[in-house]
Unconditional design. Structure first.
Length: 174
């Protein structure tokens, strides 16, 4: 991003953050309490981190309410095919025994099959968690409106592409 586009993205992200509270969002609040860096790229990165954690805190709340415990949440995520199991177990330090016990619980609930793929009920369960997460994260969009939210997403596409091309998320199969 050139300096003007970087400033625009940073401004939109800042307006989103300013437009929402911190209640029930400890990771977002912790990142928000961190002093902003002076470097423009670092400032944008910090603001995007706050937005990511704000939505992430909403996702954790949706998982707890579902209910899905931490390892079950990862198994459900792996079942989407978005991130491979090996990336989730390596980055979260879950043992094979813990993973298998989580799979057994989800199989017993009718959410995944023995091969760790979704059942129809499991797909609906996961979709409901995502709907709850998105609904709880809606204040971020409302803070700036859908057009400016879409603009921020567009501005960040080259950043995402550079990170992907640079191998930043290779462990996650991306």
């Amino acid at each position: 991003l050139d300096a003007e586009l970087l400033a625009e993205a940073t401004d939109i992200a800042g307006q989103m953050i300013a437009g929402v509270g911190e209640a029930g969002r400890p990771l977002a609040a912790g990142n928000r309490a961190t002093p902003e860096p002076d470097e423009p790229w670092a400032r944008l990165w910090q603001r995007i981190t706050i937005l990511r954690e704000w939505r992430g805190d909403a996702h954790v709340a949706a998982l707890v309410a579902a209910p899905a415990d931490p390892i079950e949440a990862l198994i459900l995520h792996a079942a989407t095919g978005i991130v491979p199991k090996v990336a989730l177990t390596a980055t979260r330090q879950w043992s094979d025994e813990q993973w298998d016990a989580g799979v057994a619980r989800l199989v017993a609930r009718g959410l995944v099959q023995e091969d760790e793929s979704f059942t129809e009920m499991g797909e609906a369960f996961r979709a409901d968690i995502e709907r709850r997460t998105n609904r709880a994260a809606l204040p971020l969009v409302e803070a700036v409106g859908p057009d400016r939210t879409a603009r921020l997403i567009d501005l960040l596409k080259p950043v995402r592409r550079a990170l992907l091309d640079g191998g930043a998320f290779a462990a996650f199969g991306r």
